[in-house]
Write a protein that binds this ligand. Structure first.
Ligand code: NDP
Length: 449
């Protein structure tokens, strides 16, 4: 039986040791989920809604405990961790409205009428990455459960604690959480024919393998993958606001964010002024002990990941300025701004997934759009301008799934989330998310005598 020790990324001390699920454990969980599936889909809509609200209330009464686990096990600043636990509750409440609103259509046809039903797809396998263990877990499991499916979830090996605890608060059999390796538990969920849909969030590389695995069974799949998003600042923007928010657009969660705006594009005529404003904003990010209430940025998730991030800033890299990071134990890395960077610099072309941002000038709107789109990814981005027409034009031209105008954030559970190009397939969140966990059934009813 393999064991895994969760480390506190801020101290490098062991938090706890968990037993990892095996392929046989995964098969057993799939068996339990299959048995629960028939019962769960038969629960009356109002009752299922009530059970989801009860689950949300259970999460609500454990927000502090869950936040504490995320601080210790993932290094998330405590304010952020509390928000994340509350977000799980909110997402459950939002989708608790689903069971009573899975409304089909009535379609007039010659000789009768057709009606459509939204049937649950069946058992769903949910594979979660380490960067946002609670929100990403909630985005998959809440609409899946609401639509009448059972869920077997695999949290990331490095950050299983909060998902395991939330699983303990859920209805038995309907939601099961299996800590373990992607190559074992995750792979089994992909390969097992009884799992009817996979919701995967993680790297583009593993996502493509997951998609290939799902293809063997014609298994439904949603993929939320990497990003290399642009934060485009036009000369007519409120530069103070753009510069003050830009650090949070990329350094939140220590840059371990698929939506990180890790390329800042600034119109050349205001580049110097933007950098003057941006420097104190970067140096002002409070990096430190995640358990302390004022902390804005914690450590990276692991020593290996810090090494990966640091490789993007080799000796001689064009560091314009940096924020601070604590000395001593912990996987710390300071907020780092690179400029000017070459178009072939890996920090500019690849997803860093750490607190490293590049700043690149552009001359006009067309060039800004060309640069923003010059990436295989298309997940997120921001546009800062005071010209509404330009904001809409550029938002329509940038090939990404989620954009914000004069704001650094674009992810809300009320609105659809997902990527263009290699950033993913399908959408999560928003009012239509439960549809992705149902099959549409069409039934003809003859009305002629
Ligand atoms: P990985 O792709 O390495 O892992 C993601 C999850 O997949 C983990 O639970 C992992 O398990 C599991 N996994 C690994 N191998 C397999 C396999 N063969 N079959 C099934 N599951 C497997 O990504 P990271 O965890 O390193 O997350 C970082 C990446 O996620 C970044 O590229 C980031 O952009 C992306 N991401 C995308 C988001 C989006 O919504 N678009 C949101 C958040 C992150 P294990 O932990 O055991 O390796």
């Amino acid at each position: 039986m393999s064991q895994f020790t969760v480390l506190n990324p801020a101290t490098e001390q062991a938090v706890t040791t968990l037993t990892q699920a095996s392929a046989e454990d995964t098969d057993a969980a799939i068996g339990r989920a299959a048995a629960a599936q028939e019962r769960w889909r038969a629960v009356a809509p109002g009752e299922r809604a009530g059970l989801l609200r009860r689950f949300a209330a259970a999460v609500d009464s454990h927000v502090e405990e869950l936040a504490g686990l995320e601080v210790a096990g993932s290094g998330h600043p405590v304010g952020q961790a509390r928000w994340e636990a509350g977000h799980v509750r909110d997402v459950l409440l939002y989708y608790s409205a689903t069971p009573e609103r899975l409304i089909g259509k009535q379609i007039p046809v010659p000789g009768g009428l057709n009606v459509t039903f939204h049937e649950p797809v069946g058992m769903v396998g949910l594979i979660v990455p380490w960067n946002f263990p609670m929100p990403i877990f909630a985005w998959g499991m809440a609409p899946a459960l609401a639509a009448g499916n059972t869920v077997v979830a695999k949290p990331a090996e490095l950050t299983p604690l909060t998902a395991v605890r939330i699983g303990e608060l859920a209805l038995e059999g309907v939601l099961q959480v299996l800590p373990g390796k992607g190559s074992v538990v995750g792979q089994r969920l992909v390969d097992h024919p009884a799992v009817r849909k996979i919701v995967f969030t993680g790297s583009t590389e593993v996502g493509s393998q997951v998609m290939a695995g799902c293809a063997r069974h014609i298994k439904r799949v949603t993929l939320e993958l990497g990003g290399k998003s642009a934060n485009i600042v036009f000369a007519d923007a409120d530069l103070e606001r753009a510069a003050a928010t830009a650090p949070y657009a990329v350094f939140d969660n220590a840059g371990q964010d698929c939506c990180a705006r890790s390329r800042i594009l600034v119109q050349r005529s205001v580049l110097d002024r933007f950098m003057e404003l941006f420097e104190p904003a970067v140096k002002g990010v409070a990096v430190g002990d995640p358990a302390s209430p004022g902390t804005e940025m914690g450590p990276l998730i692991s020593a290996a990941h810090r090494q990966h991030v640091a490789a993007y800033v080799p000796d001689g890299a064009p560091v314009a300025f940096r924020g601070s990071a604590p000395d001593g134990p912990g996987f710390w890395y300071p907020p780092t701004v690179l400029a000017p960077v070459g178009a072939d610099d890996p920090a500019y072309t690849e997803e860093v997934f750490g607190p490293v941002v590049t700043v690149t000038p552009f001359d006009d709107e067309a060039e800004a759009v060309t640069i923003a789109n010059d990436t295989p990814y298309g997940l997120s981005g921001s546009i800062f301008t005071s010209d509404v027409g330009r904001a809409i034009r550029v938002a329509r031209a940038v090939e990404t799934g989620n954009l914000s105008v004069n704001s650094h954030s674009s992810v809300r559970y009320w609105t659809p989330f997902g990527g263009f190009k290699q950033s993913g397939l399908g959408r999560e969140l928003g009012p239509d998310a439960p549809d992705a966990f149902t099959e549409t059934k069409n039934v003809f009813i003859a009305t002629e005598p």
